[in-house]
Design a protein around this ligand. Sequence first.
Ligand code: MN
Length: 291
Amino acid sequence: MKVGYFDGRLAIERGGKYVELEELIDWRCSCDACDRMIEAIKRWPEVCGAAENAQSSQFRDVAPEPGPIVAPLRSPNKIIGAPANYLEHIKEMGAVKTVADLGVFLKAPTAIVGPGACVELPYSDRRTDHEGELAVVIGRQGRHIDRSVALDYVFGYTCLLDITVRGSEERSTRKSFDTFCPIGPWIVTADEVGDPGALGIRTWVNDELRQDGNTADLIFGVPELIAFASEIMTLSPGDVIATGTPSGVGPLVHGDSVAVEIERIGRLEVSVSAARAVEFEKAVATRSRTA
Ligand code: MN
């Protein structure tokens, strides 16, 4: 099933109808700051049981427009990224190292935005690229997870754009600008997706198909990434792993519309703006360099 924000409400969707999670279970916390999706992931068996028992009158039709515009996850503990995880992408970057050599990186959770949001280009004179990626959402806590059981730790999957400024700074710097992590439109639970290593993944900029790959070509597949990352850090419910991007990355410019579509998961589309872009040498982060 799909879990996400439908008509602005955290809900489970099935067959074009949704039921709000608030109607299914009592929340332990009513604060606005906590991420209720993470709470729902932690209490998933209870949520599922309640959904099974829900009356049909509790299900509502999903409005055809404008669709969910809130990111399904807003404050995961961490976003783990896999650099250089498709051979053809490594070739196009003129690189030789793979994820096995580079290890994983962290991307700031504050970069998250939802479907229909606007990616803000930070610099007017630096290249900023789209990287369409399959994102794994972790379902339960674990460390030193063996690859043979790694998929048991997956809650579900969603689409992710790992927006990236090209250059020599650390990846966490170039990939962590606010708005640089569109995710969504919802999370599809693992049982519905099946094998995460056989999913077509395409990225468009406007009407141009820029990336056309398949997760079968991942160097580290989803089980290997979970095993690799959990050797370093504890994985927690709601953590996101961006699995890497196929070849075809390219620059974004003001006014672009960028969309990533993954088989059996969905289509995530955002716009791009350079309205707040500044020249790199005039940026605060650059001036501080010589201060
Ligand atoms: Mn990436």
